[in-house]
Design a protein. Structure first.
Length: 289
């Protein structure tokens, strides 16, 4: 039962992350830049978490100094770097290609789990990883173009950075309250993104209602909730398994774009989504391996 609760938590995290594309597209359509969207996203998420926990769960603000340091590193060197590399990569390669390269991270996670953490990978897990990767290519295949090969390496760097984040979180934060970890991860990510992107603080005062709602949505539904749920799920399963289950994200992103942004949904994309869902079932079946 504990494992299946973890599966549900990781699935919900993937669903939350899946709406990033919708919020991102709406943000761009309403005049927000990448730097503003990322910096304001994590800053608002940090403010909401600090305020909520201090008011209602003050004990969760307190963490062992070692865990605070780990969480800060995960945010500053993990999430801030990963987010920046991924969004920068999309300046030189098409969005479908950037997404496919990013979702090589489960391969890195599985390799790291096997060779570094000495986790045993079952045949079902390996099969599910291969199946999910095939489904991802089928789902996202389309406008595959490269204007800058440096952007290919940026996308792969984002995948590698995120895989390290997953492995470290799964190994070093097994007994940490997920909300407490999210508090410091998100805070550190916000600081790192402000340092890198340097958005104009005056822009905050100039946000219109649509921009403010987009930032609120991405900060809550696609940042606080999925980050917390993903760590909670990681505490109940292997990192290798969680990295495959969270691949529900591109499936959700595709359907969300179709419904909310009125993008065409092809038969090929439906087949790709189906293949990924089959892979998730196979991954869950390999839980005892």
């Amino acid at each position: 039962m504990k494992f299946f609760i973890g599966v549900l938590q990781v699935l919900l995290a993937g669903i939350g992350f899946g709406f990033l594309g919708v919020f991102g597209r709406l943000g761009y359509q309403n005049g927000l830049t990448t730097g503003e969207l990322l910096s304001f996203r994590f800053s608002l998420a940090a403010i909401l978490l600090w305020s909520g926990l201090i008011l209602f769960r003050p004990k969760l603000v307190t963490l062992h100094p070692k865990q605070i340091l780990i969480s800060l590193c995960l945010g500053f060197l993990g999430y801030a770097v990963f987010s920046t590399l991924y969004f920068e990569s999309m300046k030189g390669i098409s969005i479908p290609l950037a997404a496919m390269l990013l979702f090589t991270f489960p391969i890195f996670v599985n390799l790291g789990a096997h060779f570094i953490l000495k986790e045993t990978l079952s045949r079902l897990q390996v099969t599910s990883l291969i199946t999910a990767s095939i489904g991802l290519v089928v789902l996202l295949w389309g406008d595959i173009s490269v204007q800058s090969y440096n952007s290919v390496f940026l996308a792969l760097g984002a995948a590698l950075t995120y895989s390290i984040y997953v492995l470290v979180s799964g190994k070093a934060q097994q007994n940490v309250e997920p909300l407490s970890s999210s508090l410091y991860v998100i805070t550190a990510a916000a600081i790192g993104l402000w340092f890198y992107h340097r958005p104009a603080p005056a822009k905050l005062l100039e946000l219109n209602a649509h921009q403010a709602l987009i930032i609120l949505g991405i900060a809550t539904a696609s940042t606080i909730a999925p980050l917390t749920l993903f760590l909670a799920g990681l505490q109940k399963m292997k990192s290798s398994q969680a990295s495959i289950i969270v691949m529900i994200e591109p499936v959700v992103a595709t359907f969300a774009a179709s419904y909310f942004l009125h993008e065409d949904l092809s038969q090929r994309q439906l087949v790709g989504a189906g293949i990924i869902l089959v892979a998730l079932v196979l991954d869950a079946l390999g839980k005892k391996a």
